[in-house]
Design a binder for this molecule. Structure first.
Ligand SMILES: Nc1nc2c(c(=O)[nH]1)N[C@H]1C(S)=C(S)[C@@H](COP(=O)(O)O)O[C@H]1N2
Ligand SMILES: [Mo]
Length: 315
């Protein structure tokens, strides 16, 4: 992963501020008999659709979110190129409907599931999370999604399932970057099962109250806010319960630089740069770097997952 300076053309654009919450939807429709049909509210998710999501304040940071423009034009998504501006420019070639996720491995229930069926039992939530890229830049993003753990439980993982492996779509006709050999395709990632079950782990389908733009991982991507951004895999088509620690695309490409755990850790530098501080995107050209926090500020919630581990060795 290259460490790129921020483009000088970056601008601050007022975020979209008007979007419905699920609570508004329900109160607005109470008495009509359709107010609780929230499960249908996110069927098939055409790009840009308004989503009905209740803001989850307890699971959100209070820092102001980055603008829509920051979040949707400064991206890492090597399936569409390696420049930050490539995904916004080229990800339109990805077809996100219909979308199927195949569940596999050590679980009682496996097989293909349509995205609609995957989402249907769950109420969408808005959660404002910090995102810290391993390249030492950061943003604050108002995601819309559902808790990963609640989704995984529906498939009844077996007792020998210790990890979850995620796979991105592998289709060079839609993802031209997959013709390059910069990574082994498809992009894959993994979590320990207890990390995946942690209430902060989110399957995102939207941001700023709308379905995800393609460049942000439409129609379904992972968000694990205490880990470096590369763990938060986009355009997920496969979820597999496995017994052994899976290899992920970045640890396969360069195991010395990108570990399996990838917990944000200001005390463990990347071999080529410091992780002690970060450049907050949207802060302006002369904004000071801000200190990077252990577990990206989520230590209180997640540090227990790693008790007894040597986080320098298991980075
Ligand atoms: N499939 C896939 N997922 C991916 C990536 C990628 O190149 N391919 N890049 C990762 C990296 S390095 C980061 S920082 C985040 C960026 O997410 P964002 O563009 O929505 O901010 O996506 C992650 N997920
Ligand atoms: Mo990243």
């Amino acid at each position: 992963m290259r460490h790129r300076p921020r483009p000088l053309t970056e601008q601050h654009v007022t975020p979209e501020s008007l979007y419905l919450t699920r609570r508004h939807l329900i109160s607005g429709l109470l008495g009509t008999g359709i107010g609780l049909a929230v499960g249908d509210a996110h069927a098939s998710l055409p790009t840009g659709a308004v989503l009905h999501a209740a803001h989850n304040a307890a699971m959100s940071v209070s820092a102001p979110p980055n603008s829509w423009d920051d979040i949707t034009t400064y991206n890492n998504y090597y399936e569409f190129g390696t420049d930050k501006s490539d995904p916004a420019q080229y990800a339109g070639s990805l077809r996100v409907t219909p979308w199927t996720v195949t569940i596999g491995g050590e679980a009682d229930i496996t097989g293909p599931v349509s995205l609609d069926d995957l989402l249907k039992p769950h109420a969408l939530e808005e959660r404002i999370y910090r995102l810290r890229c391993v390249e030492a830049w950061s943003m604050v993003i108002p995601w819309v999604g559902i808790p990963l753990g609640e989704v995984l439980r529906r498939f009844k993982p077996r007792s020998n399932a210790k990890y979850v492996r995620f796979t991105t779509l592998n289709d060079p006709t839609q993802m031209p970057g997959e013709r390059s050999s910069i990574l082994h395709w498809p992009y894959t990632e993994g979590l320990r099962l207890d990390e995946a079950m942690h209430p902060l782990s989110l399957l995102a389908v939207g941001l700023y109250g709308r379905s995800l733009p393609n460049q942000n991982g439409a129609p379904l991507r992972l968000v694990v806010p205490w880990k470096y951004g590369f763990k938060s895999i986009k355009a997920i088509v496969g979820i597999e319960f496995v017994e052994r620690e899976p290899r992920s695309a970045w640890s396969q490409a360069n195991p010395k630089e990108y570990g399996f755990y990838a917990n944000v850790n200001p005390a463990v530098d990347h071999p080529r740069w410091s992780q002690a501080s970060e450049r907050h995107i949207g802060g302006g050209l002369f904004a000071p770097r801000q200190p990077t926090l252990p577990f990206n500020g989520y230590a209180e919630q997640v540090a227990d997952l790693y008790r007894g581990m040597d986080l320098r060795r298991q980075f």
